[in-house]
Design a protein around this ligand. Sequence first.
Ligand code: SAM
Length: 235
Amino acid sequence: MVRCIFMPNGCRWDEQREKYFERLRAHMVQTQLRARGIKDERVLKAFMEVPRHRFVLPENIKEAHEDHPLPIGFGQTISQPFMVATMTEALSLRGDEKALEVGAGSGYQAAILGKLCKEVYAIERIPELAERAKRTIEELGYTNVHIVVGDGTLGLPEHAPYDAIVVSAAAPDIPPALIEQLSDGGRLVIPVGSQYSQVLIRVTKSGGRIKREEICACVFVPLIGKYGWQEDVAW
Ligand code: SAM
């Protein structure tokens, strides 16, 4: 039986609830993203449209729009909204790209990319997280976002090359496969550094040449895999 509760103003309860989360998103976009220098209007619009509260655990729903990462289970996190926005803006997306995300986690970053790119592939090494992210993405009606289980340090050669690659976990160095799988003119954004702190790097490939730029300091959970950290590393 589906229960439908109507509020005094005639709105259904779930509509009221979604309007409430929409207001929280608008506040998040204004105070955490726009006010801190995120300028790309397409990126800001995507953050308004993607319901972040659908990607967090039920016990964290009240904190979904707060200015910090949140646990998503299995020792992993959904990244801080500003960090997701910074990485997304650094990819300079126009709308016609094929993108790859390494470290799909909750699926939130992939959903943001889904609003800004033509096609998105997102790899997650923990099958349970990948399954949950896939379900959320499907429930929200995306047809251009594909969640895959695997070791993202190897990239995803079957769909390469990618115009944009974002790595959402901390790497000791840039996995060579990701540079190989970048198209000419493609952009790769990745946190590189030690186990405790990293620098967000943007790599641009042009005419076979690689340009590296530092964006900002950051702290991510480890990228674990063949060209990342080993699983038994002490954190
Ligand atoms: N972008 C995610 C989101 O929006 O929820 C958050 C990502 S979380 C900070 C990092 C994720 O990277 C974790 O879910 C972790 O399991 C995953 N990960 C770590 N190493 C990986 C690898 N080699 N391949 C794929 N995923 C990996």
